[in-house]
Design a protein around this ligand. Structure first.
Ligand code: HEM
Length: 568
């Protein structure tokens, strides 16, 4: 195994231009200049949006100049015959790649929903391990459980890093969070802190009362709508439930009244597209040398960072004074929120203020969109299949005391196989993070192919969860497959079953599984147990549109509007 820098030059997919751009990356001592994978993935969408901005026109104006420079680069740096021969030998050890265009590579083949277009491409060319070139960026797309196991288990130590993203670097302070941080000592320390103190099973259990209180408030709102015969925008309701719960966990109860929950939701909504957006210069690093394009992204990111700073600094300062009072014995320790926990371990882990802020942002970005989108998909599937909704309600009827107004987590600890099967099936068919972004830190060999160091790897968990070689009726929503003698009754999401990766696997697996599942189970249980759900007049079940919008988290395009009827 060779280190990244030594090996990077050996990697060339098709265009000599690519090699040139990468040489420049190496020369500038930035071996990790590849973009955020999610950024890459929303390419087309962003591009259409960007066409309306001055920046896009700037790009179009710069394109001829770029092509001229590319030609110049080709002639100036043309490889020697011997180098080409050696490159050919290296290429022969790579899996084959679909045909590409000059300059763009395979960029034009990535659509608005990259996980879907990448699956079509992999299927068309029969490639479970598919090297692509997006602009000048080499990417390896992994589309089968077997290939995912090779990456996430056999070579987990090689692929446990993340690709670089300019936006994450600015907005996430380095990045100093867990999710975007490159593999290394800092990531290890931050991940340990998060899994031991913030998102441990014990900590998640200690937030049980908070979850139950938040669910009670939501049920009261739905109850009012039911009494009035009014429709409820479920997408919005579920979004604000998870947002409020996240705020409560992070900053404590006392901040809801100050409007900080709303501010936080706005900030997350403003930041997510940028974190998921694509930056021209990251696909064409050659252009970044002019510095013009990266400035636009930089300015936007810095503006957001200032807004985050203002909110997070205030939150931390408020907590610091309270923490000090508790430490001096002037006040009782009534607060156990995550900022408080972070302050208590700050010295032990040697955390700076910026690092604390980045770690808090992970809880917001990791937790809020994921759980609410997942709940939205699940409710939509259950409405489309009323017999499944009835089966789930029957499970509650037989498991919880009659007339129970709130299903608590204690009630859920009883055996509820169908509830768990519905959640698993929803995660299989609609993984809200469908492309897992990884980065190779060294070269390694998979199936006789040499995978070079310094390569961005995307594991298509959406394609893997629908792989007909592993799943019967792979495109259908059938929770029964996960129970009894169903074909997947032994499969779980702990990262050992590589045909089912909604939370990833290996070192970079989701750090918030327990937190996420606890929120989802409690909310879904109460929605289904307390209410029957109907569609607004004039809308049929078949009209529910399951199409998606790609972003940091994939969500349903259409809002889910339902009319509740009180059951209990
Ligand atoms: C339905 C809910 C959720 C889903 C489906 C989900 C899914 C994922 C996935 C697919 C990854 C990437 C795994 C990989 O690269 O192999 C991830 C990473 C992560 N998630 Fe989650 N997640 C959820 C909830 C949460 C929650 C509630 C939190 C925190 C409060 C959280 C925090 C994180 C963090 C910190 C990482 C980065 C781990 C690392 O890079 O070391 N997630 N999540």
């Amino acid at each position: 195994m060779t280190l990244v820098r030594g090996n990077y030059k050996r990697w060339k997919l098709e265009a000599i231009l690519t090699t040139k751009c990468q040489s420049i990356i190496i020369a500038s001592d930035s071996v990790r200049t590849l973009s955020s994978p999610i950024a890459m993935a929303s390419l087309a969408q962003q591009f259409m949006r960007e066409l309306k901005t001055p920046r896009a026109w700037l790009f179009l104006l710069l394109l001829p100049l770029f092509l001229l420079l590319a030609r110049y680069s080709l002639s100036t740096f043309s490889t020697t015959r011997e180098k080409r021969r050696r490159q050919q030998v290296a290429d022969d050890h790579l899996p084959p790649s679909p045909p590409a265009l000059p300059v763009l590579g395979h960029l034009h083949l990535v659509g608005l929903l990259p996980h879907i277009s990448l699956r079509s491409l992999a299927r068309k060319h029969g490639m479970d391990l598919m090297p692509l070139r997006l602009g000048s960026m080499p990417v390896l797309v992994v589309s089968s459980p077997r290939a995912a196991e090779a990456v996430l288990r056999a070579h987990d130590h090689v692929f446990a890093s993340r690709p670089h993203s300019l936006v994450a670097e600015i907005v996430l302070y380095g990045p100093s969070d867990v999710g975007f941080a490159p593999h290394g000592d800092y990531w290890r320390k931050a991940r340990k802190l998060v899994t031991t103190h913030l998102l441990s099973v014990k900590k998640v259990q200690s937030l049980r009362l908070a979850r139950e209180e938040e669910v009670t408030m939501v049920m009261a709102r739905i109850g009012e709508a039911a009494a009035a015969g009014a429709a409820v925008d479920m997408s919005d309701l579920l979004g604000s439930f998870i947002n409020d719960l996240g705020c409560r966990a992070v900053m404590g109860k006392s901040f809801r009244s100050e409007g900080r929950n709303k501010l936080l939701r706005e900030l997350i909504e403003d930041t997510s597209p940028l974190l998921a957006g694509f930056n021209v210069e990251e696909f064409f690093p050659f252009l970044a040398r002019f510095g013009v394009l990266s400035k636009v992204v930089r300015v936007k990111s810095e503006r957001l960072r200032r807004r985050w700073d203002e909110l997070l600094d205030r939150l931390i300062e408020d907590h610091e004074s309270k923490y000090l009072a508790v430490a001096l014995g002037d006040s009782s320790k009534d607060d156990d929120d995550l900022i408080h926990v972070l302050l208590s371990v700050r010295q032990e882990y040697g955390l700076t203020r910026d690092q604390m802020k980045a770690i808090l942002l992970d809880v917001f970005f990791g937790g809020i969109g994921t759980a609410s989108s997942m709940l939205d998909f699940t409710m939509a599937e259950l409405i489309r299949k009323p017999h499944m909704m009835e089966k789930l309600q029957a499970e509650f009827n037989s498991s919880v005391p009659e007339g129970l107004e709130l299903v608590t987590e204690a009630d859920l600890s009883a055996d509820m196989p169908y509830l768990r099967a519905v959640i698993k099936e929803s995660l299989r068919l609609h993984p809200v993070a469908p492309l897992l972004p990884h980065f190779s830190m060294a070269s390694c060999s998979i199936d006789g192919h040499t995978i070079p160091a310094g390569l961005q790897v995307l594991i298509n968990s959406w394609a893997i969860g629908r792989d007909a070689r592993y799943w019967e009726d792979a495109e259908e929503f059938i929770p029964e497959r996960f129970i009894g003698d169903g074909s997947a009754s032994h499969v779980n999401f702990k990262g050992n079953d590589f045909q089912f990766l909604p939370f990833g696997s290996g070192r970079r697996m989701c750090a918030g599984v327990n937190f996420g599942i606890a929120c989802i189970e409690l909310m879904l249980a109460n929605l289904v147990h307390r209410f029957d759900w109907e569609l607004p007049v004039g809308k049929k079940r078949g009209d529910i549109d399951m199409s998606e919008v790609f972003g940091l988290v994939v969500s349903r395009k259409e809002k889910l509007v339902l009319v509740p009827k009180l059951r209990v």
